[in-house]
Design a protein around this ligand. Structure first.
Ligand code: PGA
Length: 244
């Protein structure tokens, strides 16, 4: 058993595709068991694979999203629509589903995102990636554990990692709004996803090092229902399946 939490397990996969399939299957099952689930959804490169599975199954009518509520984890504040996370989620997932528009939530549209989340009963499952500097959503190093949804200036590390999503010469955003660390920790289940060599060190540090605001993902160690889905081995990891 992993030391990351008392009930958390690690879902190691042999490849990015296998990792994507595991996470997508978990979400599919969640919506079967609880059709009105509230989901916290990430953007970036890592989630693309599991969104592809969810999109495929949704097109085939295998997933009913009509009662689900989806909450983007974060959003840029200074970008054109096509570069926004709102567009990313629409493009990668929502357009293939029967998720009603009024069930798509984005933190830039609300002055009290946490209150909206609470009004639907709270987040059931939140999937988070991890930044090379240990951020979760846009909670950069130094962010207080008790933060709720808030505005943030982005660090140079995050901006340079995100530059790959922008065309040459296009400015990389400097401002964002993000669920806070407490918003994420309040989710009943958290699935932390990471793939590739560039994430190995930070995953190890986040899950076995000291807990603190120097590395926001380290707070996930304290969550009672954390699942860590990676396509690489790391110290303390064993091969467990995500529950379905
Ligand atoms: P990535 O981003 O999936 O594009 O690596 C993860 C993150 O920064 O949260």
């Amino acid at each position: 058993m992993l030391t990351v939490s008392t009930q958390g397990v690690n879902a190691l996969a042999d490849s990015y595709d296998a990792l994507s399939l595991k996470v997508a299957s978990y979400i599919k099952n969640q919506l079967k068991v609880k059709p009105d689930s509230c989901l916290g959804l990430p953007t970036g490169a890592t989630p693309v694979g599991f969104y592809q599975y969810l999109a495929k199954w949704s097109k085939n009518g295998e997933i009913d999203w009509s009662r689900a509520k989806c909450f983007a984890l974060d959003e840029y504040l200074d970008v054109d629509l096509e570069e926004s996370f709102e567009y990313y989620l629409e493009h990668n997932l929502y357009q293939y589903t029967n998720l009603p528009d009024e069930h798509k939530f984005n933190p830039k549209d609300s002055s009290d995102y946490d209150q909206i989340i609470a009004s639907f009963g709270g987040l059931d499952v939140t999937i988070v990636g991890i930044g090379r500097n240990g951020h979760i959503a846009f909670n950069e190093p130094g962010t207080d554990k008790e933060t709720r949804t808030h505005f943030v200036p982005l660090t140079e590390s995050t901006r340079s990692a995100n530059a790959k999503f922008f065309h040459d010469g296009e400015p990389v955003p400097k401002q964002a709004v993000t669920m806070g660390i407490r918003t994420i920790l309040d989710s009943r289940v958290i699935v932390l996803i990471a793939n590739g060599e560039s994430k190995q060190e930070i995953i190890k540090e986040a899950l076995s090092g000291p807990i603190g605001s120097h590395l926001p993902a380290s707070y996930l160690q304290e969550h009672p229902h954390l699942f860590v889905a990676t396509d690489f081995q790391f110290s303390g990891a064993q091969k467990f399946e995500l529950p379905t």
